[in-house]
Design a protein around this ligand. Structure first.
Ligand code: ZN
Length: 99
C-alpha cells in the first residue's frame, strides 16, 4: 500500500501535491521545518539503473530515431517524479551530516 510522507516534526501527513512540490528540500508546508529522506532507496536505484541501461544501450541498438530516445528519457523522468511521493520515509536528521 502506497504511503504518503508524514512530517517528522509536526506529524502531519502531506498530500500528494505537497510531497511532490517539496520533494527536493522536503520542507514541511505546515511547520516549515526541514525533513530528510530516510535512506537511499533500493527501488530508486533499480529504477535509475534500468532507465539508464535502456536509454544508453538498448535504444541505440534498436536503431531508432534520436527523438524516441529523448521521448523515452522524458517519460522515465516523469514516471519517476510521479511515484516519488509514495513510500517516501522522512527523518529529522540529516543522514549525510552524521558524525
Ligand atoms: Zn511539519
Amino acid at each position: 500500500m502506497a504511503q504518503l510522507p508524514v512530517c517528522q516534526h509536526c506529524h502531519t501527513q502531506w498530500t500528494y501535491w505537497q510531497a511532490l512540490k517539496n520533494s527536493f528540500f522536503l520542507r514541511c508546508p505546515y511547520c516549515n521545518k526541514r525533513n530528510y529522506a530516510k535512506k537511499f532507496r533500493r527501488r530508486d536505484f533499480m529504477y535509475s539503473l534500468i532507465a539508464a541501461v535502456i536509454t544508453l544501450f538498448i535504444l541505440p541498438s534498436l536503431d531508432m530515431d534520436r527523438i524516441w530516445t529523448f521521448a523515452w528519457a522524458t517519460v522515465a523522468v516523469v514516471i519517476y517524479m510521479a511515484v516519488y511521493p509514495f513510500n517516501l520515509e522522512m527523518t529529522k536528521e540529516d543522514p549525510f551530516s552524521r558524525k
